[in-house]
Design a protein around this ligand. Sequence first.
Ligand SMILES: [Zn+2]
Length: 111
Amino acid sequence: MRLKKNDLVQVMIGAYRGKKGKILKVFNGKDKAGKDKNTCIVESINMRIKHQKPTAPGEAAGRLKKECPIRADNLRLVCPRCGKLTKIKREKKGTQNARVCKQCNEMVDEK
Ligand SMILES: [Zn+2]
């Protein structure tokens, strides 16, 4: 998993193909079967309707639209430096293991 929270990504496949959004949450643990999860929740991507029962007074209930996790393989990072769709490579910069854009060879993360 080379994506992080707050990265801007574009969806490459499925109903949301071509749509861009910000990563809200990353799941990179293992599931019950021991496989990598490798999914993210992306802002306003993969919206599903959830039927939420009122559990506490004053809490939102009814048919709520909620983001569902999408596989990270289907996402490409939009490089904050060059604005192109890109993949990320890891590179040693001093003591840090930095994320580097494959298009412009700039570091993706701010110091
Ligand atoms: Zn770039």
